[in-house]
Design a protein around this ligand. Structure first.
Ligand SMILES: Cc1cc2nc3c(=O)[nH]c(=O)nc-3n(C[C@H](O)[C@H](O)[C@H](O)COP(=O)(O)OP(=O)(O)OC[C@H]3O[C@@H](n4cnc5c(N)ncnc54)[C@H](O)[C@@H]3O)c2cc1C
Length: 380
C-alpha cells in the first residue's frame, strides 16, 4: 500500500503536465530545453530518481571529443562512412551547442586539442589510421571549417611505451559538473520544473487515460500528456525489451603533480579504451573496460579493485613513471551501449506520446544536444 496524494499536492506539485521528462542527465535536460523552444507555453517537469546527479553525465571524463582516428576507422569497417561522418558531425555540433549556450570559462572548456597515442605493438594500426587521415579530413573539413583536423604528430611522444601519436585539432575537455549546474540553471530560468528523488516505475505499469499517461512513481502517480524517457543505461528497467546494456566506466584522478603534468590536453590510447587528460596540474585516467568485459556489464556505480589496480599500474608505469603520485579521487559511472558494439543512440517513439532517447555510449557529453533535438522532433 502506498499513501495517496493530498488534494493540495495533486493540484499543485503533482498536477498534470504537458511534458514529463524522465532522467535529468544531459539528454533529459537538453530535451527539456528543446521542448521549451518547440512548445513555448507547455508545462514541463523533469524528474530523476537521484536527488541530484549520479547518472553518467556527472561521472564521466569530460572529453569534448568527436572521434579518434582508430575509433572512426573501426566504425567505418562496420557501417558506411557516411554514417560515421554523420555521427562525428552530430558530436561536433553538440559541442558547439554547449559553447553557444554558455561561456567557455563557466564550464572550464579547454580547447587544447587531443591526441591518439599508440604502443609499439600497434604500429600497423597506427599506419592504417595515418593512411585514413586525408579522407577523414576531407569529410569533416566541410562542417568543421578546418582543413586538417587530424594530423600526424611530428614529435616523438614523451612516453617510450606509447611512441606513435596522431593529433586531433579542435577537440577539448570540460568540467561536466559545472556544465550540469549551468544546464539546470538554464532550465529553471526557462520555467522548467526539476524534481529529484522520483523513481519512475516500468512502462508496463503506466496507463493511458483521457487525462494523459498516468505514471506510477515512488512519489505517487504523475500525469502527463507526453513523456520523454532519457534514462540511458537504466532504460531496461522501464522497457526490458530495448537493447541497452549497462557498461561501467571507471576513473581515477591524481593530486596536482609536483613536477608538473607532462600530459596537458586530451589523450586516447588502447583504441579508445583508455583515456587521460589533465585537470589543472592533475592527471585523470579512465577506462580499461575491454580487459574486464563481463564484470563491467554492471550498473552499480561502484568502483572495482581489479580495474582500479589496472588503471593505477598503467598510470605509474607508463604515464608518470618518474614522479611521486597521489591519487585523490576514484569513481565509476554507467554508460549505455547497444549489443555487438552497436554505437548508434536509440531514439524512438514507444507508444503514442512516449519517446525514448537513450544508449549514448561513451559519446553523450558531445551527442546529448543533437540527440535531444531529434527526440523532441518526434512530438511534432
Ligand atoms: C566513466 C565515464 C566516462 C565517460 N567519458 C565521456 C567523455 O569523455 N565524453 C563523452 O562524450 N561521453 C563520455 N561518457 C558518456 C557520457 O557521460 C554519457 O553518454 C552521457 O552522460 C549520457 O547522458 P544521459 O543523459 O543519456 O544519461 P545519464 O546522465 O546517465 O542520465 C540518466 C538519468 O536517468 C535517471 N534514471 C534512471 N532510471 C530512472 C527512473 N526509473 N526514474 C527516474 N530517473 C531515472 C538516472 O538517475 C540518471 O540521472 C562517459 C561515461 C562514463 C561513465
Amino acid at each position: 500500500m502506498r499513501p495517496t496524494r493530498s488534494y493540495w499536492e495533486r493540484t499543485s506539485l503533482n498536477a498534470p503536465t504537458d511534458f514529463l521528462i524522465v532522467g535529468s542527465g544531459f539528454v533529459g535536460l537538453c530535451a527539456a530545453l528543446e521542448t521549451r523552444k518547440t512548445f513555448p507555453r507547455a508545462s514541463i517537469l523533469v524528474v530523476d530518481r537521484a536527488p541530484v546527479g549520479f547518472g553518467a553525465s556527472t561521472r564521466n571524463a569530460g572529453f569534448g571529443c568527436f572521434g579518434s582516428p582508430s575509433e572512426l576507422l573501426d566504425d567505418a569497417k562496420r557501417v558506411p562512412l557516411s554514417t560515421v561522418i554523420d555521427r562525428v558531425e552530430r558530436r561536433y555540433r553538440g559541442l558547439q551547442q554547449w559553447l553557444s549556450w554558455f561561456s567557455p570559462d563557466a564550464f572550464d572548456w579547454f580547447p587544447g586539442g587531443g591526441q591518439e597515442v599508440f604502443s609499439a605493438d600497434k604500429y600497423s594500426l597506427f599506419k592504417e589510421c595515418e593512411a585514413f587521415l586525408p579522407e577523414l579530413n576531407r569529410q569533416v573539413g566541410s562542417f568543421m571549417n578546418h582543413s586538417s583536423v587530424y594530423s600526424k604528430n611530428e614529435t616523438k611522444h614523451r612516453c617510450p611505451s606509447l611512441p606513435y601519436a596522431l593529433s586531433i585539432a579542435i577537440e577539448g575537455h570540460l568540467h561536466p559538473g559545472k556544465l550540469m549546474e549551468l544546464l539546470r540553471k538554464k532550465a529553471q530560468t526557462e520555467h522548467i520544473v526539476l524534481r529529484g528523488g522520483v523513481t519512475i516505475e516500468p512502462f508496463s505499469h503506466w496507463t493511458r487515460t483521457e487525462k494523459g499517461w498516468e505514471i506510477p512513481s515512488q512519489e505517487g502517480i504523475l500525469v502527463s500528456e507526453r513523456v520523454l524517457v532519457a534514462t540511458n543505461a537504466f532504460t531496461q528497467h522501464l522497457f526490458p525489451e530495448l537493447e541497452v546494456e549497462p557498461a561501467r566506466g571507471q576513473v581515477l584522478l591524481t593530486a596536482p603533480l609536483p613536477q608538473g603534468n607532462p600530459w596537458i590536453g586530451s589523450f586516447h590510447a588502447d583504441e579508445g579504451y583508455l583515456y587521460f587528460r589533465n585537470v589543472g596540474q592533475g592527471l585523470l585516467l579512465g577506462g580499461g573496460r575491454n580487459r574486464f568485459r563481463e564484470q563491467e556489464k554492471n550498473d552499480s556505480g561502484c568502483t572495482s579493485e581489479e580495474v582500479m589496480n589496472y588503471l593505477e599500474s598503467f598510470l605509474r608505469e607508463h604515464l608518470l613513471p618518474h614522479q611521486p603520485v597521489e591519487i585523490t579521487d576514484r569513481w565509476a559511472g554507467t554508460m549505455g551501449f547497444g549489443p555487438k558494439n552497436e554505437k548508434e543512440p536509440l531514439v524512438l517513439q514507444k507508444a503514442p506520446g512516449v519517446v525514448v532517447a537513450c544508449r549514448m555510449g561513451g559519446m553523450g557529453v558531445a551527442l546529448a544536444p543533437s540527440v535531444a533535438t531529434e527526440a523532441v522532433s518526434l512530438f511534432r
